[in-house]
Design a protein around this ligand. Sequence first.
Ligand code: ZN
Length: 634
Amino acid sequence: MSVVDEVKQRLDIVDVVGQYVQLQKAGRNFRALCPFHSERAPSFFVSPERQSWHCFGACGTGGDIFSFVMKKENLEFAEALRLLAERAGVTLAERRPEEEAERDRLRQANEAAAQFYHRALVSTEAGQKARQYLEERGQDLKTMQDFQLGYSPSGWDSLCQHLRERGYSDEELVAAGLAVEGERGLRDLFHQRIMFPITDMRGRVVGFGGRSLPIEGQEEGQPKYLNTSQTAVFDKGGLLYALDKAREHIRREGLAVIVEGYMDAIAAHQHGFANVVASMGTALSERQVRLLKRFSRDVVLALDADTAGQEATLRAVEYQDILGRDIRVIILPEGRDPDQVIRSDPEAWPALLADAQPLLDYKFEAVSSALDLSQPRQRSQAVEELLPLLELIDDKVKQAHYVQKLTRLGRLEAAKEKTLHDILRRRARQPRRRSEAAAKIEGEMQVVPPRDAREEYLLALLLRHPELQADGLALSPDLLWYSENRQLLQAWQRSPDLEEMRQAVAAELQEHLQRIAAMNVPPFDQQGAKDALYDCLRRLEQRDLEAIAQANSAALAAREAEGGPISVEELAAAAQASRSGSLPEEIRPEEVSETAALLRQSTEIGIRLHQSSKIGTSDDKDFAGNGPEVELNG
Ligand SMILES: [Zn+2]
């Protein structure tokens, strides 16, 4: 048995969740006010049988003990596993000691390289120009020391030679990302660059960013920025520059600021704004944001007004996770980066931060300022560009707000607003279209095994059929209840290639990945694979519906136990109120009635099952005991 299974077997979800929220028995389920969104009536359910939790309210999501703890404690999967394993008394096999020793060795090589580069910067003739360049940009010796800035000399293999003398093998130098195989043997990766050592959260050097040194009268080296490539210790998407120095400040101030460049972060720290980290020039990754959210809820992204900066956020804005995470954005004055702003007028910085606006508002502005909205054609282009982003908003209230905003921006007549809602609904991902499958709900209710074959089959299909990439990338990981499967889906979405996936997946899940990769999948043609995928999605959707029906029936049983019979209408209304309690009035009545109709459908089923189960049982309070409802869960 894998450690993941072992932990699941030893811990009861009711105990784990019960430590965070006040659970109330409701039939065979437990319910509570959702710990992840604010609500007046409980729509958060825990099923001991399935060992799963669900919020049927605004969150509309669920999972197992791991995903609960990850969400509640803001942890990565591997961390949640460690925490729960400890509680369950399951010993995790440490990473093989040799492996850990190898990684240490790579970090040490990087540290030795940082020292070599730093010495070259501050005390060699060759580093003179680099030093001068940094001084011109306001960096004194103390800053160069604090950030261990360096200079990589021009020689073919000066660093290699230096490290070989210290006992590092050629293999280690390549594995550490410091050297590459060249025509004349091993050569240094970095030449004539200003070196920024990149550290992990514990301050250990794991890689470098190197900026080519602009020398007057010479063409600048290409590329302008060069990074260590992925190594066993350097994973760019999971690192933030200067986080080791910033983390305590971020926690204390309750605010993290992300800038793009190394120099920007350094300038901020120099001027006492120590809650600043740098994303190292690429699109912000979901992992980077998650990392920061562990220290502070409030994250502000500071962007240059130039296109490069805007491009980076445009990409960032497409991450569903980032959208859901309430990042705010500031745009710096045209032509200036944070470095320049902070140096010329340090007091302007806090004021700029105070004006940060939500990511989506920023995106609205970016799109509308790039287009001429007096032209009907361009207006519809703006709507086309922005609408897909609204699909990514899970929070219905928020979504409705932006639909209105889009209606205004596109100068659509009020009637069109409903059309937008319709389009959003139609485009909503397959598993969310409840109405169709709601009709089938009575049909095939199946046993939900502790391991879900449907989820695993879905993953196997994606692995075996690369042509499903586009469909697979559109799937929400929340679709899967089991954290081990959710992790694999996320890893696949980041790198839809088995080899890369292996590297991205926690050691504890390797076995699971292997099993799924070895599953038997028919050699479908393209259409066949697509059909199989959508069939799979439909069956997963059905499972969601089962859970809703069961929760409703349990809620009903509980209500009845508290105070007598209750009409279907009343219950449907209550359920609907708990779902959309805070919906603003602008929401179309059609929308509300559709939701109500769906809820009523499932409620009615719940009632039928509940009544028939009551006939079969005594007056014990566990109304949802025996009888036909058993079919719901097997
Ligand atoms: Zn919730």
